[in-house]
Design a protein around this ligand. Structure first.
Ligand SMILES: Nc1nc2c(c(=O)[nH]1)N[C@H]1C(S)=C(S)[C@@H](COP(=O)(O)O)O[C@H]1N2
Ligand SMILES: [Mo]
Length: 338
């Protein structure tokens, strides 16, 4: 080896080792910025219309707050700020108000393509609009900041909070909320991602100023509007199917905008075929799609799905990271027929 060649090699290795910590630094920075990690499991036997509480994904910044781990006899919900009649409500005050039930799908903004960090439940509670009216918040205030007992807070436009299905929920699928899903009270506002759906609520403040929430400070979306999402549940990746007639299926979701259509493609997105839609459980829930397919030929198949909402906004095809505004991109499944 010549001296020049040796020096060049040496320089190359030196650069490589110098670059290693830099690269690692870049990656942790990215991970810290986007660091949302919803916990979910993939159901074995398909997706039921209503997600059982034990299978419902969980996401929060530091778990159930200590103050709520052993009951909450003295829990109070304060509604204040720019209101004419500040309210301090106990849990029984809240339960004496008119109760409504809404089927609403909740999705984490960190849910990946094909992911299960979304679920649908029957939420029962009090309409947020009725409490805001009672407190006289509809005047000058434009924003609502909602605080959780863990220090988490989020701000949203009052107009969102006044929509007819926005709920302060105390019950999920007919039972009192479990601690990890926000007992005693959590927010549910159709159309918005989970970042806005504050759990363990202690205080709601009407204000004329917007305030950055926990995830927005880390670079996530300010509005948190749900993107059009669709997923293939059957077949699964690498599954083996017997030849013959089969029903492929999955779900689609677009927040409060409703699903207009779902299409599947077998050729990587060159051509699309309509799938059949089941009736939505509610205007705020996911929709199930299915399609009867006859597989005459054995071999490998690639299936892709996309959806459009009722405003004809077609799901984006570019596979974008969930950070910062929710994922786009088509779910693909490769499987075999024998
Ligand atoms: N108080 C509080 N509320 C919170 C959070 C949190 O960390 N603290 N996380 C939010 C996020 S990011 C999501 S996706 C949903 C998840 O609700 P779940 O755990 O009931 O599924 O709660 C939201 N509400
Ligand atoms: Mo989330």
């Amino acid at each position: 080896m010549t001296r020049a060649r040796f020096l060049r090699l040496l320089a190359g290795w030196a650069l490589f080792f110098l670059a290693l910590p830099l690269r690692a630094f870049g990656e942790t920075r990215l991970r810290r910025a986007s660091g949302m990690a919803p916990r979910f499991t993939v159901p074995e036997n398909g997706t039921p219309p209503i997600t059982p509480v034990r299978d419902f994904y969980v996401e929060d910044i530091s778990g159930v707050p200590d103050t709520l781990k052993h009951g909450a006899a003295d829990w109070t919900l304060n509604i204040g700020g720019q209101v004419s009649h500040p309210l301090a409500l106990s849990l029984s005050d809240l339960q004496q108000r008119k109760q409504v039930t809404r089927v609403i799908t909740l999705s984490c903004i960190g849910n990946p393509v094909g992911g299960h960090a979304l679920g649908t439940a029957r939420w029962r509670g009090v309409l947020l609009s009725s409490l805001l009216e009672e407190a006289g918040a509809a005047g000058t205030a434009e924003w609502l900041t909602v605080h959780g007992a863990d220090g988490y807070h989020e701000t949203l436009p009052i107009s969102e909070a006044l929509q007819p299905a926005a709920l302060l929920a105390t019950h999920m699928n007919g039972k009192i909320l479990t601690p990890d899903h926000g007992w005693p009270v959590r927010l549910l506002i159709p159309g918005l991602y989970g970042i806005k759906q504050v759990k363990w609520i202690t205080r709601i403040e009407a204000a004329d100023r917007w305030r950055a929430g926990y995830w927005h400070e880390k670079g996530w979306s300010r509005e948190g509007r749900v993107q059009v999402f669709s997923r293939i549940d059957f077949p699964k990746t690498d599954e083996w199917l017997q030849r013959g007639e089969r029903e492929i299926r999955g779900i689609a979701f677009a927040g409060d905008r409703g699903i207009d259509r779902v299409e599947v493609s077998w050729d990587g997105g060159r051509t699309w075929e309509l799938a059949e839609l089941e009736e939505a459980l509610s205007p705020w829930s996911w929709v199930f799609w299915k399609k009867r397919v006859t597989f005459n030929r054995s071999g490998h198949y690639n299936l892709m799905v996309r959806a459009a909402d009722q405003y004809s906004r077609v799901q984006g095809g570019n596979r974008r990271d969930p950070f910062p505004a929710g994922t786009t991109g088509y779910h693909r499944v490769g499987f075999r027929v024998y």
